[in-house]
Write a protein that binds this ligand. Structure first.
Ligand SMILES: NC(=O)c1ccc[n+]([C@@H]2O[C@H](COP(=O)([O-])OP(=O)(O)OC[C@H]3O[C@@H](n4cnc5c(N)ncnc54)[C@H](O)[C@@H]3O)[C@@H](O)[C@H]2O)c1
Length: 441
């Protein structure tokens, strides 16, 4: 039987270096051939990164014709269709990038793996808690490479933070705080609606998919994040990045308790999700970390532009992660304080006598001074973790070696994010089993 294009590609990747070196001029077969499903803002950004990382785009699917036209303007000659199944049926497609609204991630991922395609699925891996196990099962059953698109796990910045934490740079971890605040309309998901949006230019039923049938209303497609039927609110959109980044740094697999609160405070444009959300999470002890707490915050009414970051609090210092990593160390006072004013005078005298026996008064001298330090670890100028994430994906497609952010990792980040929505909307604290990835009733 004639080997398939994919088999040739993988055979080339596995061949000894000497054999590979004969191929001086890369042929089309040296590229992993990709297709994009969902050609909106992130899909197009993913394709650009993937092409830079060494792939070739051959097909695009989108339910809105304008995005197909734009794809052909950007990548002339590319096959385009409204129906993603036509992309999956093509033998020249090795891997797909799925960048549709969240409610389609599970189905298209499973269909793609069943069709023999490797998958780069945008975060959050799933829209609902019940979706996750099916994607994991499909990945395991088909043996396809499946990577979720939370790029922090491929970032050298997060790798540095992981190494520093493991080396004890801040001592024993006790708290992680992370946030993602914005204050402008686009940051708050008021994306543009094209003037040609109509039932003629949009396959409305294919957009809706499993969501409830509602009449054509373009705002629901172009601002899908604002509706629970298609998106996952700020938790699925932004908390999930914070979970995946933090899990990568700590080696944690998820919280055991989830509590989220917040509200719709400002962007009252018909959306049914909050624009301010706070989440609290209990993380159990692992072989890499003691038990610790996590707090997450998204505020679209923050008034300070866009800021996002992490603060890891340890017994010996603080580690900040943003565009770089900073370790700050503050010395602890060498003697404890005391609160004795409310004791009887004789008791105060006795306390002070004992205290001074234990901590003799000493006039400070130069030796008593301790270093207060702050160390920055900055990536090279212009560093791009999104590009590295696509490089890692393509490397795995060629080598068949596992990716870090596979379906299990992806669900361990998306699970607590979507459970945060359960907690918020059902107004309750939720119990999550991070091992089995199940929500306890
Ligand atoms: N990794 C990141 O940093 C990052 C950043 C932004 C978005 N995302 C993720 O990427 C995904 C897409 O987000 P976006 O901002 O690009 O949204 P978008 O609205 O700009 O693009 C989504 C596209 O999917 C199309 N679509 C809808 N249903 C479809 C279907 N059944 N088949 C094919 N196409 C369909 C839409 O017409 C639209 O063009 C989301 O899951 C989002 O969470 C990730």
């Amino acid at each position: 039987m004639k080997p398939s294009r994919r088999e040739l590609l993988f055979a080339a990747a596995a061949a000894p270096l000497a054999v590979q070196a004969q191929a001086q001029t890369p042929s089309a077969n040296d590229h992993v051939q990709i297709a994009l499903i969902g050609a909106g803002g992130q899909g197009m950004s993913d394709v650009r990164a993937s092409i830079l990382a060494g792939s070739k785009l051959v097909a695009v699917a989108d339910v809105y014709d304008g995005r197909l036209t734009r794809s052909k303007e950007l990548w002339p000659g590319v096959f385009s269709t409204r129906d993603y199944r036509e992309v999956l049926a093509r033998s020249d497609v090795d891997a797909v990038i799925i960048a549709t609204p969240d409610h389609w991630h599970q189905k298209i991922s499973i269909d793609a793996m069943n069709a023999g395609k490797d998958v780069y699925c945008e975060k959050p891996m799933v829209q609902r808690v019940g979706d996750g196990q099916d994607v994991i099962a499909a990945e395991q059953r088909t043996g396809r490479i499946f990577q979720v698109g939370s790029q922090r796990v491929s970032s050298i910045i997060y790798q540095k933070a992981k190494d520093l934490l493991a080396a004890g740079a801040i001592g024993e971890l006790n708290l992680v705080e992370a946030w993602w605040d914005r204050n402008d309309a686009i940051g708050a998901w008021q994306y543009s609606i094209p003037p040609d949006a109509s039932p003629q230019t949009i396959d409305w039923d294919s957009f809706l998919g499993r969501a409830p049938q509602v009449p054509f209303e373009p705002v629901r497609l172009f601002r899908w994040r604002n509706y629970r039927d298609y998106g996952t609110g700020v938790a699925g959109d932004l908390f999930v990045h914070l979970f995946s980044g933090m899990h990568f740094v700590t080696g944690s697999i998820g919280p055991t308790r989830v509590y989220a609160t917040g509200g719709l405070r400002f962007w009252k444009d018909g959306r049914d999700v909050p624009d301010v959300m706070l989440g609290l999470y209990d993380y159990p002890q692992t072989d890499r970390t003691p038990a610790f707490n996590l707090s997450l915050r998204v505020n679209f009414v923050d008034g300070a532009g866009e800021t996002s970051g992490f603060r890891f609090v340890g017994s010996e210092g603080i580690m900040w992660i943003g565009g770089d990593v900073t370790i700050s160390k503050q010395p602890r006072p060498s003697e404890p304080g005391y609160t004795i004013d409310t004791f009887a005078k004789t008791t105060q005298d006795e306390f002070l006598k004992q205290y001074r026996e234990k901590y003799p008064p000493a006039r400070p001298n130069a030796d008593a001074m301790q270093p207060v330090s702050e160390t920055h670890y900055a990536p090279p100028h212009g560093y791009n973790d999104h590009l590295d994430h696509h490089r890692n994906f393509l490397a795995a497609v060629r080598s068949r070696k596992p990716v870090v952010e596979n379906a299990t990792f992806g669900f361990r980040a998306a699970g607590p994010a979507v459970v945060s929505n359960v907690s918020f909307f059902e107004r309750r604290m939720c119990e999550w089993d991070p091992q089995t990835m199940t929500l306890k009733a």
